[in-house]
Design a protein around this ligand. Structure first.
Ligand SMILES: [Ca+2]
Length: 267
């Protein structure tokens, strides 16, 4: 009997091993990590900084590289982390963590292509330097098939300016906004007490103050494009681009926001 059992077990074991290898290789084929590097010439001077080689040629003058990692699967893609590197003495330095949070990658349909995926990412505005109002930028997609690049965007930084779309209060810093919100709330409380008004007055005042605070944060990292309606597309893919469709940019008082449009599943 032991001999008979062995005769069954050996092929069964081989079959099981084969199935496991197939499952592992299938999973490997369907899940991939794609990285997007946004190259930033923060002083708008190609003579200072690092030179980065890309699929569309060298990009010189880079002070910062913002890297956004995306985990791609057949059903969904997710941003899994954001890091930045600084150019130090002609070479890119150690990775510094910007975010370890995860957020969804969105998508939209475009005629005659695969669905375009929307990767949102961000960087503290201070990383773009303190002086230049123009930052030159490029984007590199690092995909398993060799990658892609779009180069030469001019990003406009509104120094000491309000978030986009809030032209009515152009010089309010977040601190001033917070004080203003508190002031409106306290003013409402004083009015409500003095005039025996209903709590509704107070509620409206608090809401007005809170809406002022909400203006300070522009882009939600959720893969949705609705908050990009007032932003401008800075780079656009052409017939030579394998993955990259576009790069969008905007900023508020604290953060620079980027939106990368890409066809990630075309390979
Ligand atoms: Ca530079």
């Amino acid at each position: 009997m032991p001999h008979t059992t062995h005769a069954f077990v050996a092929p069964l074991r081989q079959l099981l091993a084969g199935a496991l290898i197939w499952a592992a290789s299938s999973a490997g084929a369907w899940a991939a990590v794609v990285s997007y590097d946004i190259l930033l010439d923060t002083d708008n001077n190609s003579a200072t900084g690092c030179t980065v080689a890309t699929a569309r040629g060298n990009f010189a003058g880079v002070e910062r590289v913002l890297t956004t990692n995306v985990n791609v699967t057949p059903t969904s893609s997710t941003v899994t982390g954001v890091t930045v590197q600084s150019c130090e003495s002609g070479a890119l330095g150690a990775l510094r963590t910007i975010s370890t949070d995860s957020w969804p990658v969105g998508s939209f349909a475009l005629p005659q292509t695969d669905p375009v995926e929307v990767v949102e990412t961000f960087l503290p505005l201070a990383e773009l330097g303190q002086t230049s109002t123009t930052v030159r930028a490029g984007i590199v997609a690092r995909t398993p098939d060799g990658g892609d690049a779009l180069l030469g965007a001019d990003l406009t930084i509104r120094r000491a300016a309000a978030p986009p779309g809030v032209a009515a209060v152009p010089t309010l810093s977040p601190l001033v906004l917070a004080l203003l919100a508190a002031g409106i709330g306290l003013g409402g409380a004083w009015l409500a007490r003095r005039h025996q008004a209903s709590m509704m007055v107070l509620g409206i005042c608090v809401l007005m103050g809170a809406s002022g605070m909400a203006w300070a944060a522009t882009m939600l990292m959720d893969g949705q494009t609705s908050d990009w309606s007032s932003a401008q597309q800075r780079l656009r893919g052409d017939g030579q681009n394998k993955n990259l469709v576009g790069l969008w940019f905007d900023h508020d008082a604290q953060k620079a926001y980027f939106r990368i449009d890409a066809c990630q599943r075309s390979e």
